[in-house]
Write a protein that binds this ligand. Structure first.
Ligand code: GSH
Length: 209
């Protein structure tokens, strides 16, 4: 491969509405890293992406060195290790890890059963919603008078979690708005309306930065 043909920027295979891809795009943007984005159709994944990561999930990041990162949390950590202007990483604690594990585990499973009941004929959507609500209530308690999960500033854990909480809320917004979860509702509003989130959700975005 000649120097000219080498990729100059990291290449991100992404899907705009995927919560895992959202958290990766936010960290890459926060780190000020210029990346090329390939918007993937989940039903027709590009062969080039599958060659890099046969498990076939987005996001996938290919670095100019050829190294491949195909887990959203690894992409977030890598990006912020390059540049972390408001210290998202140092703020991370054992509590952040536990919340992320619960989010990506039981909460995500409940969210899928609530959001896509047709895919889970044996599951009861109301029960799945109640299960998800237990985690959301835990977040409401954790917010405890501060704007973000670990204190007054956004950190890694807020960004890792909120795309999933957003999906949960959007599944039935009037119901979500009627719950007594003022801290989570304010937290979600603040993150959904942030310039960072709006930027990474722009349609037809081919580049980050
Ligand atoms: N553990 C992975 C999960 C990524 C994931 O499941 N992404 C979904 C889209 S939201 C996906 O690509 N699913 C494969 C498919 O739908 O074919 C990560 O954190 O990156």
């Amino acid at each position: 491969m000649t120097t000219e043909s080498k990729a100059k920027y990291p290449l991100l295979y992404s899907f705009r509405r995927c919560p895992y891809a959202m958290r990766a795009r936010m960290a890459l943007y926060q780190a000020g890293l210029q990346c090329e984005i390939v918007e993937v159709e989940l039903k027709a994944k590009p062969a080039a992406m599958l060659a890099l990561s046969p498990k076939g999930s987005v996001p996938v990041l290919q670095l100019p060195s050829g190294e491949v990162l195909d887990e959203s949390l690894d992409i977030m950590r890598w990006a912020l290790t390059q540049h972390d202007p408001t210290a998202w990483l140092p703020a991370a604690t054992r509590l952040s890890e536990t919340l992320i594990e619960e989010n990506d585990g039981g909460f995500k499973a409940a969210l899928d059963r609530y959001k896509y009941p047709q895919r889970f004929p044996d599951s009861h959507s109301g029960e799945a919603r109640a299960e998800g609500l237990v985690f959301i209530s835990q977040l409401n308690t954790q917010l405890n008078g501060h704007a973000y999960l670990l204190g007054p500033q956004v950190s890694f854990v807020d960004i890792a979690l909120f795309p999933f909480v957003r999906q949960f809320a959007n599944t039935d917004l009037p119901w979500f708005a009627a719950q007594a979860l003022p801290a989570v509702q304010a937290w979600l509003d603040s993150l959904v309306n942030s310039a960072l989130f709006k930027t990474i959700m722009e349609k037809n975005r081919r580049h980050l930065l």
